[in-house]
Design a binder for this molecule. Structure first.
Ligand SMILES: *[C@@H]1O[C@H](CO)[C@@H](O)[C@H](O)[C@H]1NC(C)=O
Ligand SMILES: *[C@@H]1O[C@H](CO)[C@@H](O)[C@H](O)[C@H]1NC(C)=O
Ligand SMILES: *[C@@H]1O[C@H](CO)[C@@H](O)[C@H](O)[C@H]1NC(C)=O
Length: 381
């Protein structure tokens, strides 16, 4: 959901991934795989909008009989978390909660842990400890888009920090490039190992996740692919330069790795990049001290500012291509603590570069797990 780059989560999942690899390589080849192929399936998405587009989320069911829940499909995390009925007032906004005791297929994992998420949405600041879930481990049957996977690892949320309680959805479904959990279960059943995302502004509507394929009706022109920069479990690609209104700086004009995160609404850059990019938009954009990592400007000054941000990537065929955020994304709304100051698009967090929904909603995006690449085309609206 937000964001969801959790360092703790990353570490524990790396360990789990390594164990999987060992298990697979030790397994003796058995009969040839007889896969029945599953057709791609479209999952409609709702937009959580609060001054700006924050998150896109859709329906899943968990349990037997199925309990309907909503989750953010979050390319910046790995696992499935859903609010449980055990989470009381801390989950008061999550109208749809999962009751494991009413599911005949739930298996209690018997462990409690916390998951910390790294960034927030909208006018939220980027600071630690704002986004922490207290969860219990378990497995259950999960359905999405008409397909069902049994024994999916999941976390039931039994407590959460207040920032999470703003959310209108029940949880988060991670969709990292290391297929795991629900997505891996679908791939095991023969679903092609990729998904397409059509994340749109609320005014456009019709947002959609296509599991196992690409919805060619949702974009124009052709897809341009870039290789993932690493196999480290993030959707990350290298950009050679960032330009703001056609201008750059020595910091901005250098190779940097960017994580593409459908669960982060804005842009997060290392401070050296964020300071330069914000200065190129306006010297009036300044760090907002009450919310470390966030920047703001008097709301009266923001509407006329040009803020076109170009990220230059390299296609698989070796050509430069830009992914561009238009000026309309600059203003993400007034701060809660000072409504005459408007938060601007770019936040800073040391050592972290994240491209979120504010760019993704201007493109159709393809998240190709099997070929470890990301594809982009102009949104067809
Ligand atoms: C989720 O399911 C509910 C109830 O079936 C339905 O009203 C809603 O439109 C669905 N949401 C999306 C985004 O499809
Ligand atoms: C990308 O954007 C930069 C800065 O605006 C521009 O100089 C460059 O020509 C663009 N590259 C492409 C391939 O469009
Ligand atoms: C901004 O905050 C002030 C003081 O809390 C309040 O009186 C005013 O109505 C708010 N304005 C808006 C547009 O929310």
């Amino acid at each position: 959901m937000r964001a969801a780059i959790s360092l703790g989560l990353l570490a524990s999942l790396t360990a789990a991934g390594a164990a999987d690899v060992i298990k697979l390589s030790a397994r003796k080849p058995t009969a040839p795989l007889k896969r029945r192929s599953l057709q791609p399936t479209n999952v409609p998405l709702d937009d959580f909008f609060l001054n700006t587009d924050l998150q896109w989320y859709g329906n899943i069911t968990v349990g037997t009989p199925p309990q309907e829940l909503t989750v953010v499909f979050d390319t910046g995390s790995f696992t499935l978390e859903v609010a449980s009925v055990q989470c009381g007032s801390a989950c008061s906004n999550q109208k749809l909660k999962y009751d494991p005791s009413k599911s005949s297929t739930y298996v209690d994992g018997g462990q409690q842990t916390t998951l910390a998420f790294g960034t927030g949405v909208g006018v939220d600041p980027v600071v630690n400890n704002d986004y922490v879930l207290t969860v219990e481990t378990g497995t259950d049957t999960v359905s999405v888009g008409g397909y069902t996977v049994e024994n999916v690892d999941l976390y039931t949320i039994v407590d959460q920090t207040p920032k999470f309680n703003l959310d209108p959805f029940s949880g988060i479904q991670g969709l990292s490039p290391e297929a795991q959990g629900l997505f891996q279960g679908l791939v095991n059943q023969g679903l092609p190992s990729l998904f397409g995302m059509y994340l749109t502004a609320q005014s456009v509507g019709g947002a959609e996740l296509t599991l196992g394929g690409i919805d060619t009706s949702k974009y124009s022109g052709s897809l341009t692919y870039t290789d993932l920069a690493s196999s480290g479990g993030n959707w990350e690609a290298s950009a050679s330069s960032i330009a703001v209104n056609g201008q750059t700086s020595s910091n901005l004009n250098s190779n940097q790795v960017f994580i593409f995160d459908s669960g982060t609404s804005n842009i997060v850059l290392d401070p050296s990049l964020a300071d330069d990019a914000n200065a190129l938009i306006s010297p009036d954009i300044q760090p907002f001290s009450a919310e470390p990592g966030a920047y703001g400007i008097p709301c009266s000054k923001i509407s006329s500012l040009p803020a076109v941000i170009d990220f230059t990537f390299t296609s698989q065929s070796g050509n430069a291509f830009n992914l561009t955020i238009p000026s309309s994304e600059l203003n993400v709304g007034p701060f809660d603590s000072d409504n005459s100051t408007c938060q601007t698009l770019i936040n800073s967090l040391s050592g972290t570069n994240i491209i979120g929904g504010s760019l993704l909603k201007h493109y159709y995006s393809v998240w190709d797990v099997g070929q470890q690449r990301l594809g982009f085309a102009a949104n067809g609206h």
